[in-house]
Ligand binder design. Structure first.
Ligand SMILES: Cc1cc2nc3c(=O)[nH]c(=O)nc-3n(C[C@H](O)[C@H](O)[C@H](O)COP(=O)(O)OP(=O)(O)OC[C@H]3O[C@@H](n4cnc5c(N)ncnc54)[C@H](O)[C@@H]3O)c2cc1C
Length: 328
């Protein structure tokens, strides 16, 4: 079995994101020697947390703490050379997704992204978003794999003394990072770690049984459940697209909330769709939601056709009024 290098970028406190711990667990599932390669951040702190997962190599220094193609690629290339790994795994963070294709090219290897499962017989990835899945192997090495979050359970191990080997890399950045600009301090509605995904569909903005639309009330009910249940807010494409068409919309929704074929594929244990029809391009984004429920006036909607575990045929305005009241 080839040696497996797991690339991670710890933060300034040495913490490793959950997706990184999942990559470690997936690597251990293959059976070869696992080496951890750290880039930037607090390597000593991180090595104390994940040192039990295998030998730890680290490229440290201010230049490597910042996300930048040139320094991340140089660090990853040096770690691949030092580890002599045949398989290089990394969580599909924006940082690794940006630079690892270039590193694979420099190392004469191959890279595959959107990996959803790894086993000794082969790796599984999706094509055309998540509509087609394939399991395959490659002969070319080193083979780089970008692992989707949620594809493995997080690695757990006892803290250790934090021993690691420093790998010297000369930083030659041509780009200077002057600062970080974050989006305005609006309400955070996308919460990847939430127990519940609450999906709002375009029905919330449509005329209701009294012949009028109640978009403002819809917004209050949706935000109510997002706050009281600590839910993550998802949306159908139709609902987020409405703003582009100049219609009355829910101001807190953006395309970041969109779930589906051209949106996201979140991984919450439970999902509740409301005023959403449950069409295939939307439901395909529910692939990893384990318990699926929907509230729709239409007993013949897409959810009723095997897409939800439970469909409540009811008025979502009434259901959410009651649910908000109970949760409050
Ligand atoms: C290439 C392609 C890619 C696409 N990608 C995506 C994607 O990524 N994500 C996505 O979501 N869609 C996607 N779509 C669009 C998708 O096919 C649907 O058009 C969309 O999901 C419909 O959104 P909706 O269910 O919110 O709206 P509608 O189809 O308008 O459904 C509204 C629903 O609300 C119900 N309703 C109304 N009032 C109430 C009430 N008071 N109580 C309960 N129920 C009520 C109605 O019965 C209806 O079922 C894609 C389409 C294409 C062609």
């Amino acid at each position: 079995m080839e040696t497996i290098l797991v690339l991670l970028h710890p933060d300034a406190e040495g913490a490793i994101a959950k997706a990184g711990l999942e990559a470690i667990a997936a690597a251990h599932g293959l059976g070869g020697e696992v080496i951890i390669g750290l880039v930037g951040g607090n390597a000593a702190g991180a090595a104390k947390v994940i040192g039990g997962a295998g030998r730890v190599l680290a490229v440290e220094g201010d230049a490597f703490s910042q996300s930048r193609y040139a320094t991340d690629a140089a660090a990853a290339q040096a770690l691949v050379a030092a580890s002599k790994a045949g398989i290089v795994m990394a969580p599909a963070t924006s940082r690794w997704s940006r630079c690892l294709a270039g590193v694979a090219q420099r190392c004469g290897g191959r890279i595959d992204s959107h990996i959803t499962a790894i086993a000794p017989e082969g790796v599984t990835r999706w094509y055309y978003r998540q509509r087609i899945e394939a399991t395959f192997t490659r002969a070319e090495l080193p083979w780089f794999l970008l692992l989707e979050s949620g594809a493995a359970s997080a690695w757990q191990g006892a803290p250790c003394d934090g021993t690691f080997e420093r790998i010297a890399v000369e930083a030659a950045p041509r780009t200077e990072v002057k600062g970080v600009v974050s989006p305005g301090a609006g309400e955070q509605t996308v919460k990847p770690e939430a127990e519940l995904l609450f999906v709002a569909g375009a029905g919330w903005t449509k005329k209701q049984k009294d012949g009028a639309a109640h978009v403002e009330r819809a917004g209050e009910l949706i935000l109510g459940i997002v706050r009281t249940a600590g839910a993550s807010l998802g949306s159908s494409k139709s609902l987020v697209d409405l703003s582009g068409e100049g219609q009355a919309v829910l101001p807190f929704l953006s395309h970041l909330n969109q779930v589906g074929q051209t949106g996201s594929t979140p991984r919450h244990p439970k999902g509740l769709a409301t005023c959403c029809h449950g069409e295939e391009p939307h439901v395909v984004g529910w692939r990893f939601i384990q318990d699926r429920r929907a509230v729709n006036l239409d007993a013949n909607c897409g959810w009723a056709r095997g897409k939800a575990d439970v469909l409540y045929v009811a008025d979502a305005f009434e259901v959410m009024e009651e649910l908000n009241r109970l949760l409050a």
